[in-house]
Design a protein around this ligand. Structure first.
Ligand SMILES: [Fe+2]
Length: 240
């Protein structure tokens, strides 16, 4: 070995992010408009030009509605304009799979989507929800394209290859968290993230950024060796 080649190349897989918590004070993401702008500036400096932010909607904790989310989005857009920041921001939601979500689907209430009717949802990290397959089926039947937020984080999916294959057969789209690649959440989550990437099961990536510390961790994760695995993936983020 004669020469060292420096391999800490920073890799940004796409300029559109589809998962974050950047509307102030309505979930466990940023708390104030100042914090919102600070994090958005950091993500923009990383190279993200468009942010589709996704506040939690969870009946027990975050009772957000389309109108609450839209009015917060307008506040942030106004502040960005005032600050002279040229970054595009839209909002959808991250729906938690609970009975409230199921009822909203059944009753055909307005659901927040992005792109071509994509709808982002998450579940419990530990227990497979009874309604999982039913919710995916109903959403698809109603013309939505369901997107599973961070599948690598669900422990109930780690050893259940059968369920994993069933979900893929249902044409559920998988969104990987960038932070998972760097072991930010845990080693098993990192392992699952790599497995899903290598088996070509990932369609979207997301920052799932809640605050400045996570934004900084995302920068670090994008410099990691594992981030290179995203290079060969035909991400749908790139069409948004
Ligand atoms: Fe999230």
């Amino acid at each position: 070995m004669g020469w060292f080649s420096k391999k800490n190349t920073f890799f940004l897989p796409c300029t559109t992010d589809i998962h974050s918590h950047l509307l102030p004070g309505i979930d466990d993401g940023v708390k104030t408009i100042e914090e919102s702008l600070e994090v958005i500036r950091f993500l923009n400096d990383l190279g993200f030009k468009k942010l589709i932010t996704t506040p939690h909607i969870m009946s027990d904790y975050y009772k957000n509605t389309p109108s609450i989310i839209r009015s917060k989005l307008e506040e942030v857009r106004f502040a960005l304009k005032e600050a002279g920041m040229n970054v595009e921001i839209e909002a959808a939601a991250e729906y938690y799979l609970d009975e409230h979500f199921y009822e909203q689907i059944i009753n055909e209430q307005e659901l927040l989507t992005f792109g071509e009717n994509y709808i982002l949802f998450e579940t419990s990290f530990t227990v497979e929800p009874l309604l999982l397959k039913e919710v995916i089926f109903k959403l698809s039947s109603n013309g939505y394209k369901p997107v599973f937020a961070h599948p690598e984080r669900y422990l109930y999916l780690h050893e259940n290859t059968r369920l994993l294959n069933d979900l893929i057969d249902q044409e559920l789209l998988f969104q990987l968290n960038i932070l998972s690649l760097d072991g930010y959440y845990s080693k098993p989550v990192q392992k699952m993230a790599i497995k899903l990437l290598k088996s070509n099961a990932i369609t979207f990536v997301g920052s799932d950024c809640h605050n400045l510390l996570q934004a900084q961790a995302i920068k670090k994760a994008l410099s990691s060796k594992n981030a290179q695995l995203i290079k060969s993936i035909n991400l749908k983020n790139r069409n948004l």
